[in-house]
Ligand binder design. Structure first.
Ligand SMILES: *Cc1c(COP(=O)(O)O)cnc(C)c1O
Length: 228
């Protein structure tokens, strides 16, 4: 299958999953994860109508966004973020899915250039594993982090939560936990309705559990090139 067919195939599977879950597929945002692929792939995707792309490394995001000159895209940053890269991330991303600590929220907030009154969309990344070393705030810390963003980072727009299902658990139960953290966040921020969940292997389960933003890479792009 070529890129166009793979994209159409995934979109059909997204529609089927939405129908099975009694949800409206038009309310779902399908982000194509283009990490490790050259900017030419982003051009091809844009020509096929893709408007949301995802990258997980700041340098690659910044370089690709600078090289790309097609129709306007929304660039989603979905990777672990270092605070010392906050300025570069803020400059290149339209949404950051991986805010997992107050220091990072502060860094992104303070990374505005002078006179910049833009607002950056952010999601709180929730650690759905038992391993505290993995990215994401633990579920018990979500409410406090949400309060921090809402109370002290006015240039960030808290949009919702993001999660990656652990490898050693059925994705459905992990995504249920994510949905509960979404409810907690919406008690403080009623418009923080985004749930970023679901990858190539588990987007059907994510849709069933209420995901609004799917991050799908290899099923659409094909295998990622090996990266040094
Ligand atoms: C790479 C990546 C994806 C996409 O993974 P696929 O399995 O290729 O669909 C989604 N989310 C995050 C955080 C990623 O790093």
């Amino acid at each position: 299958m070529d890129l166009r067919s793979r994209l159409a195939d995934i979109d059909a599977r997204i529609s089927d999953a939405a129908r099975s879950a009694g949800r409206d597929a038009s309310a779902l945002t399908r982000i194509v994860v283009t990490k490790f692929h050259p900017v030419g792939l982003v051009d091809e995707l844009a020509a096929l109508g893709v408007r949301d792309v995802g990258e997980n490394r700041q340098q690659e995001l910044s370089a690709k966004r600078a090289d790309y000159d097609g129709p306007a895209l929304r660039w989603h940053f979905i990777g672990q973020a270092q605070t010392n890269k906050a300025r570069a991330i803020r400059a290149a991303a339209d949404a950051v899915h991986s805010v997992d600590r107050a220091k990072l929220a502060d860094a992104l907030h303070n990374a505005r250039s002078d006179g910049d009154d833009s607002v950056l969309d952010v999601l709180l990344q929730v650690n759905l594993t038992d391993d505290p070393g993995r990215g994401g705030v633990v579920p018990a810390g979500v409410a406090e982090l949400a309060e921090h963003v809402l109370g002290t980072c006015p240039s960030l727009h808290l949009r919702g939560v993001m999660g990656v299902a652990p490898l050693d658990e059925a994705p459905a139960s992990a995504f249920e936990r994510l949905a509960r953290t979404s409810e907690i966040v919406r008690r403080s921020a009623p418009d923080a309705t985004w749930i970023s969940a679901g990858m190539t292997g588990d987007f059907v389960e994510a849709i069933a559990a209420g995901a609004t933003h799917l991050r799908i890479g290899s099923a659409i792009t094909g295998p990622r090139p090996v990266h040094g």
